[in-house]
Design a protein around this ligand. Structure first.
Ligand SMILES: [Zn+2]
Length: 135
């Protein structure tokens, strides 16, 4: 395989194309618009409908574990009052998903190609007669 899982993970954590390593996941000058495909190597980022539900789940899980649970515990143990805890929880539940939007898309691609590195165009090889591409 030309591209290793380590490279896929490194590229995923740095918001880069898993196939060529270019900084091409998002449209230039846009914060939230994913390119349909990598302008450098042509890897399609837009997958089946629902592909990026995993990114939303990652975002939700991180927000819940890293922000809302600590705020709830601070409120439960009396460190924060109910009103400041509620305001903080609402603010964090909006800000964290927005802040992690780009990274969570990249992490979703990273997870997918970590499990299926053979689906990257640079990792494809000629198939034997009995093999199925399974793409
Ligand atoms: Zn690329």
């Amino acid at each position: 395989m030309e591209i290793t899982k380590g490279q896929i993970i490194t590229r995923g954590l740095t918001n880069r194309c898993p196939n060529c390593g270019g900084h091409t996941l998002f449209k230039a000058g846009k914060i939230f618009e994913l390119n349909e495909a990598c302008p450098a190597c042509g890897l399609k980022y837009e997958k089946d409908e629902g592909f990026y539900l995993g990114a939303m789940s990652l975002n939700y899980g991180i927000t819940l574990v890293c922000a809302l649970t600590p705020v709830a515990l601070l409120w439960y143990y009396g460190v924060l009052g109910a009103r400041p805890a509620a305001v903080l929880a609402v603010a964090l539940s909006v800000l964290i998903p927005v802040a992690l939007y780009r990274s969570s898309r990249s992490w979703q691609l990273m997870l997918y190609y970590s499990f299926f590195p053979q689906h990257l165009p640079r990792n494809r090889r000629a198939l034997d007669g009995i093999e199925d591409e399974n793409v």
